[in-house]
Design a protein around this ligand. Structure first.
Ligand code: AAL
Length: 389
């Protein structure tokens, strides 16, 4: 008799296990997939590689929530003479903007030559090879950041054989213990004749209005034979961070027509050096010109023109290990931002909202002159923070 019961028992056991598995299933509440309303915090569900990146890499799940995302607006500068467009005058590669003595200051590459640039082969003592050949460092001041008054030369080209006798260009400013330092590229022959082998020189002053004393020594030398920064130390860009001078720079490695532009870091305890290059340079794998600023506890970078990661804003919590924080467009070439805390060794960088950059006019493939412009953006912790204006 009892054997007759076995199938009935098996049936009820299987139902029970079905009920149990349905219960288990309902307890598992199988994922409905990624939710319709994008959560701002990383959801506790299995994500695709791209969604993992979306939560782990960027500062915000969409650009509008990302503090390090911005687009850029441009405004011509009033007060500078823009009447000349024959290529004989250029203003380009502005420094960061500082605020001293109740006004803003900016320094930049200035060229006024008889002819527009003619390329390295046709260059002479008077004919420039490129837009940044036969240049001096000039400066301008402003009370509102829109209308500027050109003050004239700050650092002229020195006499031969001093560093920069051919051209001084692409300067940036450092304020350190009450003194001012202008770092710049010091060309010893026309750019393009391997004159891009320029190292970095520096002049110093007790006032942003000068007079400036050239140190007349190379403070950041070219890299050694075969090193990535052998041929050029461009766009010197000093900040004060972790109690030191963090000077970022760009180099062109590779060969003519196939340049690779990346950014390195050199640090020092004294503005006149010695500077120590970071052992794992380059620290940014893309970018042309250098634009960086303290942000929260780290350093942010505008990675502007070249390389796989051009058109990105990047961030390094330690000022060294950079990751992409956002992707953007129409970035300010050679941007020189106004950074209220560039030299305060801040532990909570406020960011940037405006600065000076340049546009370059190109005849065919030749760059023949550039003009300065103002850019505005929102890469700040608080756009309405009065300190950012
Ligand atoms: C700029 C900068 C450096 C180069 C030249 C002038 O974009 O990278 O300064 O030497 O071009």
């Amino acid at each position: 008799m009892k054997y007759l019961l076995i199938p009935f028992i098996a049936f009820f056991v299987s139902c029970g296990s079905k009920v149990e598995s349905q219960q288990e299933k309902s307890e598992e509440k199988p994922s409905k997939g990624f939710p319709m309303v994008m959560p701002h915090e990383k959801p506790n569900i299995k994500l695709s590689h791209a969604l993992e990146r979306n939560y782990d890499a960027y500062m915000g799940v969409q650009p509008k929530y990302n503090e390090l995302y911005s687009q850029f607006k441009y405004t011509p500068l009033k007060g500078l003479d823009y009447s000349n467009h024959d290529g004989t005058i250029t203003r380009r590669d502005p420094s960061k903007v500082i605020f001293e003595n109740g006004k803003y200051y900016v320094w930049y590459t200035y060229r006024h030559t008889k002819t527009p640039p003619q390329g390295a082969d046709k260059s002479t003592e008077e004919i420039p090879s490129s837009d940044w050949d036969l240049c001096d460092i000039w400066y301008a001041t402003s009370t509102d950041g829109f209308t500027w008054e050109e003050q004239g030369v700050a650092v002229p080209r020195p006499e031969k054989p001093n560093v920069g006798w051919r051209s001084v260009s692409t300067t940036d400013i450092l304020k350190w213990k009450g003194k001012y330092y202008l770092y710049y590229q010091g060309f010893m022959e026309a750019s393009g004749k391997r004159g891009d082998d320029c190292p970095v020189a520096v002049s110093y002053s007790d006032s942003p209005d000068g007079p400036w004393t050239p140190y007349n020594k190379i403070v950041i030398p070219n890299g050694g034979e075969g090193q990535w920064d052998q041929f050029s130390i461009h766009d010197p860009y000093p900040l004060v961070y972790k109690g030191k001078i963090y000077l970022y720079y760009k180099s062109d490695s590779g060969k003519k027509g196939d340049w690779v532009r990346m950014q390195g870091l050199a640090t020092a305890d004294n503005p006149l050096g010695p500077f120590t290059k970071y052992a794992q340079n380059p620290v940014i794998n893309s970018g042309h010109e250098t634009t960086l600023f303290p942000f929260k506890e780290g350093i942010a970078a505008l990675v502007i023109r070249d390389g796989n990661e051009h058109n990105t804003v990047q961030y390094a919590k330690d000022g060294i290990n950079f990751d992409i924080a956002s992707i953007t467009e129409l970035m300010p070439n050679a941007g020189g931002p106004f950074i209220p805390d560039a030299f305060t060794d801040t532990k909570d960088g406020r960011g940037i909202t405006w600065g000076i950059s340049h546009f370059t006019s190109v005849n065919g493939w030749k760059t023949n002159h550039s003009i300065l412009t103002r850019f505005d953006c929102d890469l700040s912790q608080d756009l309405n923070d009065p300190a950012m204006k």
